[in-house]
Ligand binder design. Structure first.
Ligand code: NAD
Length: 351
């Protein structure tokens, strides 16, 4: 039996959920939508979807057992709680809420009602992320000590509500939650400090670019960066291990691994390089035969696993992949980031 879903907020992402569920997820049928914008309702009707006139009509529809929330961020909490209170299971877009306290309210209600609550952290299924996960799991470059995870653009535009603070605009909320979620999923160690730098270069209200240096208890450091004003690309991932380096350049996953050819290779360094203003032995280029280059590993990944898991949880009591407690860790981090942005100070933590 199919689960019957309704989407609240039929903009860019709401339509994405509709099309992808319809084409790729056999266990869910999207029945209809609720949106406060006439254009969105008209488009839904053109697509043959039922359009609920009011939220109450949607909430009272006993046929619908799954709500998908794809509105701007500031209303995620109230809509999620309304859905759960009316006996619906809820999948909410990221960022799940505006802060950790709001998410704690939702988690309490979902437990009280005994209903599923999950967050659409779809980027856990990104190919680039899966490749990095495999490289670390297989110990391909030795023990990792530093990771850079970036998304870089020069669009200089925060579209619509994304530029407005009350709606939960800005890049920490928009892309930050994806990248922090990946890092927490990747690294099995508590976060011990966070040092964020938020920039408002062309946007008055919100952060349009940010960098955040994270330090973990196991000694690993991570730089997360989101840029919308960077005109020269940097790699999506740059990962340093004791025995090598891995780079993924772009979404297409061009990249490589370069590692020591053998342990003996460390002994080469005799050359001194003379720059215009002085000599250096430390930075002398390494002879080619002391390293080997490997292609990035092949990985299998499909976003559909996200919704297949939702169906499996509902039908068979499977374990939820994207758990609200994981999103809570991310929201606690965001709280620290916004606190630090006010003082400009690094925050020590145990997260
Ligand atoms: P959007 O502006 O394109 O669409 C939002 C829609 O919500 C609009 O149609 C608007 O009219 C409607 N809306 C606003 N308030 C509402 C309310 N109270 N009740 C019902 N409808 C309401 O925005 P978007 O880009 O689709 O983003 C929506 C959500 O999806 C955001 O939380 C965003 O962060 C998230 N998102 C996630 C991904 C991802 O890859 N996971 C990608 C893009 C956006």
């Amino acid at each position: 039996m199919k689960h019957i879903a309704a989407i609240i907020g039929y903009g860019g992402m709401g339509d994405w959920h509709y099309r992808n569920i319809t084409e790729r997820i056999s266990g869910i049928h999207v029945k209809g939508i609720y949106d406060i914008r006439k254009e969105a309702c008209d488009k839904a009707k053109e697509n043959g979807l039922h359009v609920y006139d009011t939220m109450e009509e949607l909430l009272e529809d006993s046929e619908t057992d799954l709500l998908i929330i794809a509105t701007p961020n500031d209303v995620h909490k109230d809509l999620s709680i309304a859905g759960l209170r009316h006996g619906k299971n809820v999948v909410c877009e990221k960022p799940v809420t505006m802060n950790a306290a709001e998410l704690e309210e939702i988690i309490a209600v979902s437990k009280e009602e005994g209903k599923l609550f999950s967050i659409h952290q779809n980027r856990r299924w990104d190919r680039d992320y899966k490749i990095i996960k495999k490289i670390l799991k297989d110990n391909t470059i030795g023990k990792p000590y530093y990771i850079e995870s970036r998304v870089i653009g020069s669009g200089r535009a925060l579209h619509g509500w994304r530029g407005h603070k009350p709606n939960g605009g800005g890049m920490v909320y928009d892309w930050g939650v994806h990248l922090f979620d990946q890092i927490f999923d990747l690294i099995d160690s508590p976060l011990v400090s966070i040092s964020p730098h938020l920039f408002s270069i062309y946007s008055q209200e919100v952060d349009d670019n940010f960098k955040a240096l994270m330090r973990f208890e196991n000694g690993l450091s991570v730089l997360v960066e989101v840029a919308t004003n960077c005109f020269i690309r940097q790699p999506r991932w740059h990962v340093c291990g004791h025995d090598g380096t891995a780079v993924i350049e772009n979404w297409e996953c061009d990249g490589k691994i370069v590692k020591l050819a053998s342990n003996e290779a460390l002994k080469w360094a005799d050359d001194i390089v003379y720059t215009a203003a002085g000599p250096t032995r430390t930075m002398a280029p390494r002879p080619d035969d002391t390293t080997k280059q490997l292609p990035l590993p092949e990985v299998e990944t499909s976003w559909t696993d996200y919704y297949h898991n939702i169906v499996d949880v509902l039908d068979n009591g499977a374990e939820l992949i994207v758990k609200p407690e994981q999103a809570l860790r991310v929201m606690k981090l965001l709280d620290l980031i916004f606190e630090s942005a006010k003082t400009g100070k690094t925050i020590e933590c145990n997260l």
